[in-house]
Design a protein around this ligand. Structure first.
Ligand SMILES: [Zn+2]
Length: 544
C-alpha cells in the first residue's frame, strides 16, 4: 500500500530535510527507533515458531482485551525477551508455565525476564495478556491502528491496518520483519450479528450467546503487519480457481449491500491470479486460500486476506496513476495489493529499509498484468507513464536498523528500474523464468536487498553491482551525453556512480542497435543525425 497521500507526506519531509541535510535526518532517530528497528540481543536469541492471538473486540467501548501466546525455539541461552506493544495498550501480565514474570517497560518495548533456564533447541512459550483502547487510525492505511467505522446501515465496520507503524499498535509480538512466525491461530470474539474475517482459513465459529468467536488458522509463515481483523456485516461468495498448484479457493467478503456489485467487479481477481501465476509462479499460499475482504479504507496486502476499499472503481479510486489510460483497465487495489502476495508476503524484506523489494516489484506487477492481457507496448506505456510521479528526493533504500523506509520513489522508480533491467536481459522467456525463480528461490523467506541483487546478477549473467548502486542508493539518473557532428556520434555516461557502464538500445537512422557507453567518451560513425534513445530505459539524455 502507500501511495499518493504518502508521496505528499514524503515531499514535505524532503523540503524540510533539504535545509537540515540528510545527515541530520539520520541523526534524528531515537532510542525507540533502534529498539523497534534492530535485531536487539533480546530478540536475537529466540526464533518465533507459533502465535495464538486471542482477542475480544468491543466496538461500543472501542476496547480490546486478550492474550497472545508466543511460542519460540531457543537459539542461544538468554533470560530476557523483548516483546513490543504500543501504548495506550497495556500488558497486564506475562506468564510462563503458570508463573508470572517480571517486566521492564521501555516505551513500546517490554523486557520480560524468564525464570526457567532457556536451553538451546527447546521450544517454549509465554502468554502475554493485554488490553486497552488501541490507537485509532486517522488516515488508514497510512497511519494505522483500528478503524472503528459504520456501514450505510449503521452497523459496525471495523478493521486493523499497521504497515510501517507495526503490528504492535494492536497486539503484542516480536515486531521486526526479520523473523516471521511459522504458523498462527487468530481467535477473534466480536458481537453476534457481525462477521470477523482474518488471515488463513476459518477453522471454527463458536456461538457464545451475545458474542461469536471465529478461529482463523494461517498454516504458512506470515509477517506481523499482514495479520488483520476485519469485522462487518459481510456477505460471502467464492469460486475455485484452477491454478498451477491445483484448486485454489478464492473467497470474497463484502458488505451485504455491495454483493451484486462485487460479483461483477471482482472478476479482476481470477484475471489477476492467471497473469501473476504466469509471470511469478504459483500463488504462494494455496493452503491458506486467497481472500478479498472489503474494508473502510483503501486497501492493504494482508496475507491471504487482501483488504479492499477502492469503491468498486477501475484505476486508483477511479484515477490512472500512469496518465496513459492503461491504468483504467484494472482495479488498482485488486491488482497491486494481490501482487504483494508474491512480493511482501512470499518474499519479505528483513529490514524495512529494503521495502523497495515489496513496492518496486509489486508496482512492476501492474505492468505485467497489462502485458499479459494487452501486450508489451501497453505495459511499456504504463510503466513509462508512471515516471512523472518520481520525485528523486532520496534513495530507495532507507536507513537500516531504525525502522526507516526509503523514498516513496520505491514504487515508480522501483518499477522503472526493473523494466530497464528487462531490456538488458532482452529475452522475455528468460526474464519470466528469472521472476518465477525469485518466488521459488526465496519462497516464504525474509531477504535483504543484497540477496536480490546477487540473485539477479547471477541469473542475468550481468554484473549488476553498479546498476543497483546507481538506482537504489543514489538519486542520480544516468544521463547519456552525446554529440553528433560530421557523421560521428560521440557518447558517454554522466551523472553516474563509479563503474556504471549499462548498455543502452538506441535507434540510429531508423535502425535499432546497442551502444555500450562508459564514463569515458566513445565514438562511432553514423549515417545521419537521426538518433533516438529507447524509451524503455529509465535514463536522461543530454545533447551537446
Ligand atoms: Zn504496495
Amino acid at each position: 500500500m502507500r501511495t499518493i497521500v504518502f508521496v505528499l507526506f514524503t515531499l514535505f519531509i524532503f523540503l524540510n530535510g533539504q535545509s537540515q541535510g540528510l545527515l541530520t535526518e539520520k541523526n534524528n532517530f531515537t532510542h525507540q527507533d533502534t529498539l523497534r528497528g534492530s535485531i536487539t540481543p533480546e530478540r536475537e536469541w529466540w526464533d518465533l515458531t507459533y502465535y495464538h492471538l486471542d482477542v475480544e473486540v468491543k466496538p461500543d467501548a472501542k476496547f480490546i482485551s486478550g492474550k497472545n501466546t508466543i511460542q519460540y525455539k531457543v537459539l542461544k541461552p538468554h533470560q530476557v525477551m523483548q516483546i513490543d506493544l504500543q501504548p495506550p495498550l497495556q500488558i497486564t501480565k506475562v506468564l510462563q508455565d503458570g508463573e508470572e514474570l517480571q517486566i521492564r517497560h521501555d516505551g513500546n518495548a517490554h523486557f520480560v525476564t524468564l525464570i526457567n533456564q532457556q536451553k538451546i533447541g527447546t521450544v517454549n512459550s509465554i502468554d502475554v495478556f493485554y488490553e486497552g483502547q488501541p490507537t485509532e487510525a486517522k488516515r488508514a492505511p497510512w497511519d494505522g491502528g483500528f478503524s472503528w467505522k459504520k456501514d450505510h446501515n449503521g452497523k459496525d465496520f471495523i478493521a486493523t491496518s499497521c504497515q510501517g507503524l507495526g503490528a504492535s499498535v494492536w497486539w503484542p509480538n516480536k515486531d521486526h520483519m526479520y523473523d516471521e512466525v511459522d504458523s498462527m491461530l487468530i481467535s477473534i470474539t466480536n458481537p453476534k450479528g457481525l462477521t470477523n474475517v482474518s488471515n488463513g482459513r476459518l477453522r471454527k465459529l463458536i456461538d457464545n450467546g451475545d458474542t461469536v468467536t471465529s478461529h482463523w488458522f494461517v498454516s504458512n509463515p506470515i509477517n506481523n503487519y499482514g495479520v488483520n481483523i476485519n469485522i462487518g456485516d459481510y456477505a460471502n461468495f467464492s469460486e475455485v480457481y484452477k491454478g498451477e498448484k491445483g484448486d485454489l479457493d478464492m473467497n470474497y467478503y463484502v458488505l451485504k449491500d455491495n454483493l451484486e456489485k462485487a460479483k461483477a467487479h471482482f472478476k479482476d481477481a481470477p484475471k489477476m491470479m492467471e497473469a501473476f501465476e504466469y509471470w511469478f509462479g504459483p500463488y504462494p499460499f494455496y493452503e491458506d486460500s486467497f481472500k478479498l475482504v472489503e474494508v473502510p479504507y483503501l486497501g492493504m496486502e494482508h496475507q491471504s486476506s487482501v483488504t479492499y476499499g477502492n469503491q468498486y472503481k477501475e484505476g486508483y479510486l477511479g484515477r490512472d496513476l500512469s496518465g496513459t489510460g492503461w491504468g483504467l483497465k484494472f482495479d488498482f487495489i485488486i491488482i497491486h495489493e494481490a501482487g504483494h502476495e508474491w512480493f511482501a508476503n512470499n518474499i519479505t524484506n528483513k529490514d524495512i529499509a529494503d521495502m523497495w523489494i515489496h513496492e518496486g516489484f509489486t508496482s512492476y506487477s501492474e505492468n505485467l498484468f497489462l502485458d499479459y492481457y494487452y501486450g508489451k507496448e501497453a505495459s511499456a506505456d504504463y510503466v513509462i507513464g508512471t515516471r512523472k510521479n518520481i520525485q528523486n528526493d532520496k534513495p530507495l533504500i532507507g536507513y537500516y536498523d531504525v525502522n526507516n523506509e526509503g523514498s516513496s520513489d520505491m514504487y515508480y522508480k522501483g518499477e522503472n528500474l526493473i523494466h530497464t533491467l528487462r531490456q538488458l536481459v532482452e529475452d522475455d522467456q528468460k526474464w519470466r523464468q528469472i521472476l518465477r525463480g525469485l518466488s521459488s528461490t526465496f519462497y516464504h523467506q525474509t531477504v535483504t536487498t543484497k540477496q536480490i541483487e546477487d540473485y539477479l546478477s547471477e541469473q542475468t549473467g550481468i554484473d549488476l553491482t553498479a546498476f543497483f548502486n546507481q538506482y537504489l542508493r543514489t538519486i542520480k539518473i544516468p544521463t547519456l551525453e552525446y554529440r553528433i557532428k560530421k557523421g560521428k556520434l560521440k557518447y558517454r555516461w554522466i551523472n553516474t556512480v563509479e563503474n556504471f557502464d549499462m548498455p543502452i538500445q538506441v535507434e540510429i537512422n531508423g535502425k535499432s542497435e546497442w551502444l555500450f557507453p562508459k564514463m569515458k567518451w566513445q565514438s562511432k560513425k553514423v549515417a545521419s543525425e537521426d538518433f533516438i534513445i529507447d524509451r524503455d530505459f529509465y535514463v536522461n539524455a543530454k545533447k551537446i
